[in-house]
Design a protein around this ligand. Sequence first.
Ligand code: NAP
Length: 285
Amino acid sequence: MATIIDGRAVARQMRQKIAAEAQKLFAERGIVPGLAVVIVGDDPASHIYVRNKKRACIDVGFYSEVIELPQDTTMDELKAVVERLNRNEAVHGILVQLPLPPQLDDREIIQTIDPKKDVDAFSPVNAGRVLAGKYDFLPCTPAGIMALLKAYNIEVEGRECVVVGRSNIVGKPMALLLLEANGTVTICHSRTKNLEEHCRRADILVSAVGKPGLIRGDMVKPGAVVIDVGTTRLPDGKLVGDTVFDEVASVASYITPVSGGVGPMTITMLLQNTLTAARLQSGAK
Ligand code: NAP
């Protein structure tokens, strides 16, 4: 039976460290790391995510600002809000909660965020830096997964890593980070033929799709490490991942649960990036 990776415990430890570092930054330079989150419209799930981010900021002693805009906000209005935040010295990190209403172009908005404040690391500048291996911030979910692997002393070097999903925010940067850690990486997606075969070769299998039941026990190599990023809300309200948990847990050596696996790490890395942004903007090391 696999060891269940406890993302909540790892996140708690990291957040304690972040809180201590934030206190130090305040003591030495009088700076309180600040994160602004912009949310447009009234998607209930997005509002829950934003509330969680605000609470996490407050818990570690950060300044937190949430800007709520109406569903019919225009591009010019949203850009003006982001530009104002770019100039606000109390705000070191800016995050625009996705998805945006259809009249808004998320790519253009993300490009409006000052790259020094782009703590999601979604902008082309920061994505390019990740590709080049010279970055200040890493996208939060893949960075959180790397931190989990480290916390459990799971070696990546020389191992077969299979990432299912190729989105700009999870799959692609995940593959890059595993590559940087000297894994041998395969990326699978909706057009991949023989997904089962690719998955069965993986020593480390990361599934970031959002399709419950996609990864079954017979697709996993005995002893593999399985990271389930997928989160799908079922009609009964239950949150599930991509794996058939019981089947996969009986074959794998390590597995992340949904919830309490990758999720808590994503917000933790957002806090880490905000702290880094505050340090860089203040000239601290
Ligand atoms: P996304 O943009 O929808 O990407 C999904 C990816 O899965 C795409 O690359 C797609 O391939 C691929 N895919 C779809 N069906 C497939 C299939 N049958 N076989 C193989 N690949 C398939 O989603 P995302 O933003 O990357 O998020 C992925 C999942 O992670 C979602 O459930 C999301 O809610 C969750 N998530 C969780 C966290 C967390 O903190 N826990 C953070 C971010 C995301 P194509 O490119 O070919 O379409």
